[in-house]
Design a protein around this ligand. Structure first.
Ligand code: HEC
Length: 472
């Protein structure tokens, strides 16, 4: 009853003519002005109660939180905000609350920092980390394994490096690789060997292709294949290259990973900061592609009535996919992509499907202003899971090896910002378990299972290659 009295006190203030312009405000500012009086500046106390203790009386889903904020609760004294705030602003408040909820939950909880030799215990398997390359790499991005025990590592600035079979990093980069533009988030990114490498010797690269002339830069992600002969790159063939009109100056969202399956190659091209380009099937950006592994366009790729999709298009509505792998159990294709703040996604990739960016997203702009109030729309696929706050998802790999039998077929997702690797167990295309298995030893750029059965991890800051090995 005491709470009930608060309602009439607050409403006149909001309907006053000089009400602030919320459309220009960031989520934390809106919260400060409209919510902190009842829920506390740090969201943890007040007549409205805590919003960060993980207990939700009126429903814990994002939709239920939106409803609580929109409709209020007259009996309990929660103001309805639907006439004050629009869906976009309410959505940004939900993301903001989720971020604070996670921070509160993790306060004081330390994930033990894995150190070489020390055993880290996780739900199903215990592991130790081993240093593969401690020094000598700058901004490593991806790793591939050759049957003779050598490993290839890309460096973003445009160098392809060899870790020799004895474990030593060859000081000389591979000569003769294509011209690579080191531009913002792009540069030399992916390296992958063909599944029949032993027979055909093909190595594939994904990188920022383009031109730099003075201060003008025009780039987009491109893919080639070539062979390694006496430390030289040779026999190069283009696999995928965009029409020149799609090259652009933005330094963001290149995407880039490679997956092979049954004579096909799958790879993404990020939306390069051109948000709505992701929705246009005739535009090269914000897409996942499928080609024959020699670059030919398959006849049975998705068709779009009245439109000429960009050659090779497999799925669209993507923002910045930097994780891609195929489930060894059923051949289903999965990506992780960086969303905006609060909108990182794990998606099941199906031919011709639209993954919604930027029409739907669970995220908001990095500065806390809203993007959209919509998280779902007819004809657009939902993520199988999403991360709020964002983890900055990068690198994705199913575990096919036999060194960690209890992790068999689990999915490992790396994260840059959260500096972690998450293990996800998928059953019937749903996430039934999710666990952080490694944290706090650097930004995770790539995680991949290897032919030796260990899990290799590329770290940025410090720039290293490590691997997870069983504790025994
Ligand atoms: C006048 C005081 C007041 C203001 C202002 C207020 N709230 Fe509340 N809020 C409450 C009360 C009281 C409840 C109900 C608490 C309960 O059930 O015990 C509540 C409940 C909620 C809930 C549901 C909590 C649950 O456990 O399910 C959410 C979410 C919420 N508020 C968010 C907000 C946001 C966001 C704002 C600002 C836009 C806001 N509130 C402003 C008083 C307020």
């Amino acid at each position: 009853m005491k709470r009930f009295l608060l309602l009439p006190l607050l409403l006149p203030a909001l309907s006053a003519q000089d009400k602030p312009d919320f459309s220009k405000m960031k989520a934390d500012q809106i919260f400060d002005q409209l919510c902190s009086s009842c829920h506390g500046k740090d969201l943890s106390a007040g007549v409205g109660g805590s919003l960060v203790d993980g207990e939700w009386k009126h429903g814990s889903s994002d939709d239920e939180l939106m409803k609580s904020i929109k409709e209020g609760n007259a009996q309990l004294g929660m103001t309805p905000f639907k006439t004050v705030l629009d869906d976009r602003q309410i959505r940004s408040l939900v993301i903001f609350i989720r971020e604070k909820e996670k921070q509160a939950k993790e306060r004081g909880v330390e994930f033990p920092k894995p150190e070489p030799g020390k055993v880290t215990k996780t739900q199903h398997e215990d592991y130790k980390i081993e240093m593969v390359v401690e020094d000598g790499l700058k901004n490593p991005w991806a790793i591939a394994f050759l049957p003779d025990g050598r490993k290839l590592v890309t460096e973003k600035a445009g160098r392809l490096r060899i870790i020799e079979a004895d474990g030593k990093l060859n000081p000389e980069p591979v000569k003769g690789i294509p011209t690579i533009i080191d531009h913002g988030q792009g540069g030399l990114m992916e390296v992958a060997t063909h599944p029949d490498y032993e027979k055909n010797g093909w190595i594939y690269l994904g990188f920022a292709d383009g031109k730099r002339e003075g201060r003008e830069v025009k780039t987009i992600t491109a893919y080639v294949r070539g062979k390694l002969k006496d430390g030289q790159w040779s026999d190069q063939e283009w696999i995928w290259k965009a029409d020149p009109k799609f090259y652009g100056g933005a330094g963001v969202h290149f995407g880039t990973r490679i997956v092979f399956d049954k004579g096909y190659i799958y790879f993404p091209v990020g939306e390069r900061g051109g948000w709505h380009d992701a929705q246009d099937v005739e535009n090269a950006k914000g897409k996942i592609y499928r080609l024959h592994d020699d670059g030919r366009v398959p006849e049975d790729n998705p068709k779009f009535e009245g439109k000429t999709p960009v050659p090779g298009l497999w799925s669209y509505g993507h923002r910045n996919p930097q994780g891609l792998d195929m489930d060894p159990r059923d051949g289903s294709l999965w990506d992780t992509e960086h969303g905006p703040r609060g909108g990182d996604e794990l998606n099941l990739i199906l031919p011709g499907h639209n993954y919604g960016w930027p029409v739907i997203t669970y995220g908001m702009n990095y500065d806390g202003t809203p993007i959209t109030g919509k998280t779902a729309e007819e004809g657009m696929d939902q993520p199988v899971t999403y991360w709020q706050p964002s983890i900055a998802a990068c690198g994705l790999s199913f575990y096919r090896g036999d060194k960690f039998p209890k992790w068999k077929n689990d999915l490992f997702a790396g994260a840059l910002a959260q500096q972690e690797i998450r293990r996800l167990r998928l059953v019937d295309h749903k996430v039934v378990e999710q666990e952080v298995v490694l944290k706090n030893i650097g930004r995770v750029r790539d995680v991949t299972d290897a032919p030796d059965g260990f899990i290799y991890v590329i770290l940025n800051g410090p720039d290293r290659v490590i691997r997870l090995v069983p504790s025994e």
